[in-house]
Design a protein around this ligand. Sequence first.
Ligand code: FE
Length: 162
Amino acid sequence: MKPSLEASHAIPDFVTQAMPEDDRYWVPQADKVWFRPLLLNTVNGEWVNLLKVARSGVFTRHRHPAPVHGYVIKGSWRYLEHDWVATEGTYVFEPPGEIHTLVVDETEEEMITLFHVCGALVYYDDDNQPIGHDDVHTKIEMCKAHFEEVGLGADAVLQFIR
Ligand code: FE
């Protein structure tokens, strides 16, 4: 007998243009920093988003307790702690335990990178004291507040949640 491949409890797929046609889907994260949610996974606590940075400078110093995968779509960036530069088309694997400080150099107008964050970002000050964090739930709350404010409605976040 032929085995069944039916997956009657599979959750729905989700296919979208990664670059949103509607700029309101760019959620402000910090000064001239936005993220565009793609998948907000409340079962595994992970998320996939585009990160857009439209200024140069030193950004957050953070640590990942779980892996991060990145793919640079536009521009470039680097981490203060490493001597490599993530240029357009680069894939980056950030192992669990990695602590680093994001830098976008002055030559760049804008960088956009797709990040799959498999856990959280814990932010640290220069004395290695934790000063905050982001996880899938803080991301969801930021989306809800922003989508409500720009007229999409807080429920617009639901399309990204699994
Ligand atoms: Fe990182």
